[in-house]
Design a protein around this ligand. Structure first.
Ligand SMILES: [Zn+2]
Ligand SMILES: [Zn+2]
Ligand SMILES: [Zn+2]
Length: 108
């Protein structure tokens, strides 16, 4: 398997892709919204958004005070999220603590 390097736009870090056992949970890759609906409902702001690759839920990232994406992962068992920040196209697995490259985010 070729090594895949993921470059993170937010801090310029380069990471090597790690194995993930949840790739068959990827059902959708295109975000349907560009807000965290739960933050909008409680009138709070978020720094960045993550989208659940299983059901399409979009929530704020782990540096947000509300961590709605993480809450969604814990409540549903949906492990895989993608960044939907422009210029960032990586996914994160909450179960394997693995970054995944953009080749997993092709339309399917
Ligand atoms: Zn995984
Ligand atoms: Zn939120
Ligand atoms: Zn989900």
């Amino acid at each position: 398997m070729p090594e895949i390097i993921i470059k993170l736009a937010f801090n310029g870090m380069k990471l090597t892709e790690k194995p993930c056992t949840h790739l068959d949970m990827i059902k959708m890759v295109e975000p349907a919204t560009d807000v965290c609906a739960d933050c909008v409902a409680s009138d709070t702001k978020w720094p960045a958004l993550r989208m659940c690759l299983t059901c399409g839920y979009t929530g704020c990232c782990d540096t947000s005070i509300n961590k709605h994406a993480k809450t969604h992962a814990e409540e549903t068992g949906h492990a895989l999220f993608r960044s939907i920040v422009p210029d960032e196209s990586w996914a994160w697995c909450y179960e394997d603590h693995a970054f995944l490259g953009s080749h997993h985010l092709k339309n399917r």
